[in-house]
Design a binder for this molecule. Structure first.
Ligand SMILES: Cc1cc2nc3c(=O)[nH]c(=O)nc-3n(C[C@H](O)[C@H](O)[C@H](O)COP(=O)(O)O)c2cc1C
Length: 390
């Protein structure tokens, strides 16, 4: 089912002040949004601002609108997002307590529910909160990751609500479930950099957006995700184990170190095929010569090496950014030993937020065509295909 109407339940965390920003982002993406507030949230966010930005009344438990709103709102919504979700609200929805409109709606909606926790690190790490989150997850509720860093209380740690842009990207995926609960997925993403000298590099135009879409799609299905990322221009999603690398050789080392512990590897990185053999230890000075000769030598084909090393029950997904057409992409997939490959058209994918792709399967299954879809939607489709093969 495609999502159009988003109901946001706002509970009383300080991060509620970010909800007007989230509403603006979602409205710009074409979603319709309605808001339900708990009484604690009323002091944390401007109700007039929310009413203006959504173009709808704001549903509050103290106002006479309560009536049968939970029935009408549940019929209207395609997705129920609880953001920020306080420790208190998470505890209530875990145990079926329905003492306000937000928690009553949790019990009555039949659409996917996403929860964006927001709290102090001690509240987040408390055994009660962790047990509640696990129980909700096991029942198919999608728990979005929390951010790390300085919290509103001044303490540094995990528990911050992820940023509105990141929450909106999860909603763009269109699908959330627990189909990858307990699975470990490795996503290798972004460009690589090959040094010419201490200041100059050879790189490529990969933005890392496809890798971000894949990471979110895996997290939204309950997977434990490790991301190995080259120096990408787009901000990586929170909630995964992030390993930063620069060169193709660093990427290869990090990937092989993580290979054993993961159920699937998705090689979405634009790895440099070549590196500079005669890299200079000092900055090459212009005055010294009019021309410089760079000798390029081939880097290891990381995907092919994973294909060779992977266990029988591990899955490998590769990407082919090709000018050579779909046949060449298919041949490449078989050569690399990948279970399936995503064929990208260069002019319709590189540096863009959208992509036109064909997912090709080594087992001969019918290819899946994705026309001009957001990289979140592509990530979701690729993850669905992976779920069926894990
Ligand atoms: C200024 C302020 C900020 C708060 N921030 C948070 C928070 O970020 N996360 C949280 O779980 N509770 C937070 N609390 C505590 C909740 O507001 C309190 O547990 C309340 O009962 C939550 O009610 P609700 O879940 O019905 O909205 C905060 C309280 C205050 C006064």
């Amino acid at each position: 089912m495609s999502i159009r109407n988003i109901l946001i339940g706002v509970s009383g965390g300080i991060a509620a002040y970010k909800i007007p920003f989230l509403v603006r982002i979602l409205k710009k993406k074409g979603f319709d949004v309605k808001i339900v507030l708990t009484s604690s949230a009323e002091g944390m966010v401007g109700i007039d601002a929310l009413r203006t930005l959504t173009g709808h009344p704001v549903y509050r438990e103290r106002v006479g609108e309560y009536d049968m709103n939970h029935i009408r709102l549940e019929e209207w919504a395609d997705c129920y997002l609880i953001a920020p979700a306080t420790a208190n609200t998470i505890a209530k929805i875990t145990h079926g307590i329905a003492d306000n409109l937000l928690t009553t709606l949790f019990l009555s909606v039949t659409v996917p529910v996403l929860v964006a926790p927001a709290m102090n690190v001690n509240m987040w790490e408390n055994a009660a909160t962790q047990a509640n989150v696990k129980l909700l997850q096991s029942r198919g509720v999608s728990i979005l990751p929390v951010g790390e860093g300085e919290l509103a209380c001044g303490v540094v740690g995990a528990g911050r609500m992820i940023e509105p842009e990141d929450i909106a990207a999860y909603i763009d995926l269109g699908r959330f479930d627990s189909s990858l609960n307990g699975k470990k997925i490795l996503v290798v993403s972004g460009p690589t950099e090959e040094a010419i000298d201490p200041v100059r590099i050879i790189t490529n135009r990969s933005s890392g957006q496809m890798g971000n879409g894949l990471v979110r799609a895996a997290i939204a299905r309950g997977a434990h995700v490790t991301m190995i990322s080259g120096p990408a221009s787009s901000a990586v999603p929170e909630g995964c184990k992030l390993i930063r690398v620069r060169s193709a050789r660093e990427m290869a080392d990090a990937t092989f170190a993580e290979l054993e512990s993961n159920d699937a590897v998705i090689m979405a990185a634009a790895v440099s095929d070549f590196r500079v053999e005669n890299e200079s230890g000092e900055k090459i000075a212009r005055e010294k010569s009019d021309s410089v000769q760079l000798n390029l030598v081939a880097n290891l084909d990381i995907a092919q090496e994973i294909g060779r090393r992977k266990r029988k029950n591990q899955r490998l997904v590769t990407f082919a950014l090709e000018s050579g057409g779909v046949d060449r992409a298919f041949e490449k997939m078989l050569r690399k030993g990948s279970d399936f490959s995503v064929y990208n058209r260069i002019d319709e994918s590189l540096e863009k937020a959208t992509a036109t792709q064909t997912i090709l399967f080594a087992d001969g299954s019918e290819p899946i065509e994705l026309y001009n879809c957001s990289k979140e939607v592509c990530g979701a489709a690729i993850m669905d295909a992976l779920v069926r093969r894990l």
